[in-house]
Write a protein that binds this ligand. Sequence first.
Ligand code: PAF
Length: 276
Amino acid sequence: MRVLRRPEELASALPKSGVGFVPTMGYLHAGHLALVRRARAENPFVAVSIFVNPLQFGPSEDYDRYPRDEARDLAMLEAEEVDLVFLPTPEALYPEGFATYVEVTGPLVERFEGAHRPGHFRGVTTVVAKLFHLFRPERAYFGEKDYQQLAVIRRMVGDLHFPLEVVGVPTVREPDGLALSSRNVYLTPEHRKEATKLYRALLAAREAARRGAPVAEAEAAAKEILDTIPDFRLDYFAIVHPGTLEPLRAWVPGARAMVAGRFPEVRLIDNLEVYP
Ligand code: PAF
């Protein structure tokens, strides 16, 4: 496994084709490994980037304290037989004078995470577009856990004609249902237990859909559970179209429930397909 830190080293280290690429912010967990394993199964060459991207964090967000453990991450990736890991510094990707951004516009980025984290998606699409240029992958792998991010990246890839396939990989969960996230380490033991109610709320919406309840009733069933979480401020719960993320009044195939909210120490998001 090669470990490179400078963008200019990549071109000669990468094959001309057959690259499966997994962009990450490190502090890897089983959710990241699911992306890496899928990439390993589908591509002759697997490249992973580890970069905590300052551009996608707001001024009051957790950039400085975002968990990092380079040695552990590299050991995990070596065990997965990854071919190349890219670990740039912020200065290497955003040198003095950097002034070019990639931005998807419109409702897809303005609602949900976009409304609660201004500038977040601009930071994501800028870094992902830069990484796509550097890696020229045939396939790129993203978790469905960040469902809106996945939709925004698909939009950017289509709009800018990036010649690659975006592969969405299902969310990996703890045995009690909590979606894996690098930020789960922030949760207090009490809030860690309560956090499972996000998934239970999503399941309640799916259950309501299965018994033929209307969308509004499914939303109400989920919110009833979310309302019982102490110290939790709900940012949104919505049932949306799986492609446009437009809130729904009536069921469509693949309808997705999305939830986000904050405990004092950490913000959590999750989502689930609730209507087949
Ligand atoms: O999902 C993430 O970890 C990040 O948003 C990504 C895609 C690596 C861009 O920094």
